[in-house]
Design a protein around this ligand. Structure first.
Ligand SMILES: [Zn+2]
Length: 278
């Protein structure tokens, strides 16, 4: 069933467990993640970036895809369709109109006051529509073709003010992780996570969960993280498997076989991450 993420995150926070957001790119991605989470009987958040929405054809396409897969595959577990890193009020509006259950508005590059103003507008838009709002404070680092860009962690005081002033349902606070797959030891501020989790009533979101070992993820959850976003880990595992398949089967032209050769890789990442709750 499609639901907003408020209840699943509240319960997870209470039980010191993690809810995972897995980002989707296409029909197969969505299907494999849904099937695996349904099999394991865990709630899931399907994250969709603006880039992925554009790639798939638009907000309505993504919503119709998710709603239809849940119905036709008889998916019983709770699913939340979430806009990841919404860049404007306009994109949040389009997501909500299409049937998304949750939106993230990312004003983290703005000065504090402007970020608060933007987030407040989204919160008032979502409030009457049963849609959850996530927002970000601090600046996340990232790793990509341009190398590593170091972020700046938020502070306890700024984050508490941010949550109080905006009325958001969950907060993505920079605590030392980076977007993309960072190979090496990250400087995660577990103390900051703990003080944020103790001080805030809303669940804490960890962006950039990819590239972190399950041990590290566990430590984050023990410190107070409730939602973990995973994107690159799945992309990496899927593409390794597909490349291997193509090398071994150079004559195959059936796209179903090519794309589908990464099915188990996607399902394995999903299952392995969820397993940190056990
Ligand atoms: Zn993110």
């Amino acid at each position: 069933m499609l639901v907003n993420s408020k209840k699943m995150l509240k319960e997870a926070k209470k039980n010191k467990k993690a809810v995972f957001q897995f980002n989707i790119n296409n029909l197969e991605w969505t299907r494999y993640i849904l099937e695996e989470c349904d099999k394991l009987k865990v709630p899931v958040i399907l994250g969709v970036s603006e880039g992925a929405i554009k790639y798939m054809g638009g907000y309505n396409v993504v919503a119709a895809l998710c709603y239809s897969l849940i119905s036709d595959l008889n998916i019983k577990t709770d699913v939340c369709l979430h806009l990841d890193h919404g860049s404007s009020l306009e994109s949040c509006k389009m997501a909500i109109a299409a049937g998304f259950n949750s939106v993230m508005i990312d004003g983290s590059s703005l000065p504090f006051d402007e970020n608060v103003e933007l987030v407040k507008e989204v919160v008032s838009l979502a409030k009457n529509q049963d849609v959850a709002v996530e927002a970000e404070i601090g600046s996340m680092g990232s790793i990509g073709s341009n190398g590593l860009k170091i972020g700046t962690n938020t502070t306890l005081e700024a984050c508490v003010n941010f949550v109080t002033e905006t009325g958001i349902d969950s907060v993505a606070a920079s605590v030392g992780t980076v977007h993309g797959i960072y190979k090496g030891e990250l400087n995660i501020d577990y103390k900051l996570i703990k003080s944020l989790a103790d001080e805030l009533l809303v669940p804490l979101v960890l962006h950039g969960g990819s590239g972190l070992s399950n041990e590290t993820l566990k430590k984050c959850v023990e410190s107070g993280i409730t939602k973990i976003n995973i994107n690159s880990d799945i992309q990496e595992s899927w593409s390794l498997e597909v490349k291997k398949y193509l090398q071994e089967n150079p004559d195959v032209i059936d796209p179903r076989k090519i794309i589908g050769s990464g099915k188990e890789a996607i399902k394995n990442v999903v299952a392995s991450k969820i397993n940190i709750n056990n």
